[in-house]
Design a protein around this ligand. Structure first.
Ligand code: IPE
Ligand code: IPE
Ligand code: MG
Length: 245
């Protein structure tokens, strides 16, 4: 007889999370939104550890969208400050735990010192294999697809690629995620049911799970529940089930 451990299905390779609800968490407590963002950093720490323990290959976290630049200046600076703090205080721990860090998004809008911290963290952790933590920062999926299309057009104009040879692989290869497998599961917290410009191309066949928990309250248990829901879904990729039913 197989024991419970053995019969548990293999975890999804790549889970991506839209971390939403920091503002509402703070508002419910009569605190400024920034207090919610600070608590959100603790939830990131917990979730990264949980992802490692659960044996995920990739965890992507949506930390700041291209559209989040439209928020009030003081909120944007607070978020950037927290990012600096996270990069400075967590990298040694992440490295020790065998986590590889990758940051996707438009770095041109980030402060030069943040770009340096990211570059250093990425090179330090490049060889790690326990988990790849992908941080989507100043990230917008439409912008990502547009820049991939622009690169394809440039390559075609320069004669490096034949327009007829442009296929899904050619476009995927020009996305920020060129070396990252598509997410199997996308989780959004806080009860909102939309993608908000996150991994639009990559999520073609992802299972979507929406949970009511606000991001600062998210725990390993919430991640496990989302993964259980993923295992209950039947992924067909456009085909029929085994047996043709
Ligand atoms: C998610 O929480 C964090 C970021 C988008 C940076 P929000 O700040 O969007 O929180 P709500 O949606 O206002 O509650
Ligand atoms: C999506 O959340 C972006 C991140 C979680 C970083 P938002 O709170 O910005 O999304 P909308 O505005 O509710 O769609
Ligand atoms: Mg929100």
């Amino acid at each position: 007889m197989r024991d419970a451990q053995e019969s548990r299905p293999a975890p999804p390779v790549h889970v991506a999370i839209i971390m939403d609800g920091n503002g509402r968490w703070a508002k419910a407590r009569g605190l400024p939104r920034t207090a919610g963002h600070r608590k959100g950093v603790d939830a990131v720490r917990r979730t990264v550890e949980a992802a490692r323990e659960l044996g995920l290959g990739y965890l992507t976290i949506f930390s700041f969208s291209s559209e989040n630049w439209r928020r009030p200046d003081d909120e944007v600076s607070e978020l950037m400050g927290l990012l600096r703090y996270y990069l400075r205080s967590e990298i040694a721990e992440l490295h020790k735990a065998g986590v590889r860090l990758r940051v996707i998004g438009d770095r041109r809008r980030l402060a030069p010192d943040i770009v340096r911290l990211i570059d250093n963290a990425e090179s330090l952790t490049r060889g790690n294999t326990a988990l790849t933590l992908v941080v989507a920062l100043s990230y917008g999926s439409r912008q990502e697809i547009v820049q991939a299309a622009r690169r394809l057009a440039e390559d075609a104009a320069a004669g490096r690629i034949d327009a007829c040879a442009i296929d899904e692989a050619a476009l995927s290869a020009r996305l920020f995620t060129h070396d990252i497998p598509d997410p199997d599961l996308i989780v959004r917290t806080s009860g909102e049911k939309r993608l908000s410009n996150f991994l639009l191309w990559q999520s073609a066949y992802a299972e979507l799970v929406f949970v009511d928990t606000l991001w600062p309250d998210f725990t390993k248990h919430d991640l496990e529940v989302a993964i259980e829901e993923f295992h209950r879904r039947e992924r067909r990729f456009g085909a029929t089930t085994a047996g043709g039913r």
